[in-house]
Design a protein around this ligand. Sequence first.
Ligand code: NDP
Length: 233
Amino acid sequence: MKRVVVTGGTRGIGLAVCRAFSQAGYAVTAFYSRGEEDAEKARKLAPEVAFIKADVSDETAVERAFAALSRVDVLVNNAGISLNRQVQDTTSEEWDRVFSVNAKGTFLCCRAAAKKMISEQSGAIVNISSVWGQTGGSCESAYSASKGAVIAFTKALAKELAPSHITVNCVAPGVIDTQMNDCYTAEEKAALSEEIPAGRFGSAEEVARAVLFLAENEYVTGQILGVNGGFFI
Ligand code: NDP
């Protein structure tokens, strides 16, 4: 049975990714950092998934979590945090925290998984960026920059790992209906939906299907797949 590691698997897109892979026959291990209540709910919804507390920005925790796994066939770097802040109000601590989860966390997990994948000479990595990493989001400059870093990292790593038969791709979701967007009021959500050609937010399951596709095609690598209802083409 193939094994997938999904970071940030206890809710939203990550939980949908866990369920999609488990339905496709994978053994699933998911990381989270602090939400015990979410983890409990997720364990009930997906009892076949192993939910492990491992903060992706913590090098020791990441190394320990991967050391416990004998093999990793697929890694999905989904854990991420957002920051809605104008640049003049953004502290250097906030900037560092966003980068330490979104960019460094992706690097740490890729490094740990790549060691195992290179020794097997096979594997697939799917990183979750964002439409803001492609186009830049106003009042989300730190978040956008960290997601842009994920895109550049994906492309570089795809070239580096292709000779080892490992693919590295990226999904760039548009606006997806998860807890991350709870910061918007109903009116703001309606206004945002009007800006999306598809006329609505995407679902976590729609993103999960794109992740599964990228993980299973051996000749697609270094690609950034938008799942955004036409928001950015
Ligand atoms: P949620 O906030 O709903 O879920 C985030 C998940 O990541 C949770 O399981 C959370 O668990 C986990 N997580 C957060 N920080 C860490 C950490 N340091 N280490 C391990 N796990 C962590 O987010 P979404 O499902 O909405 O988003 C998932 C990904 O998709 C993110 O990378 C996000 O940037 C990206 N994205 C989302 C969009 C959207 O509109 N929702 C649009 C574009 C991109 P815990 O809190 O316990 O750590």
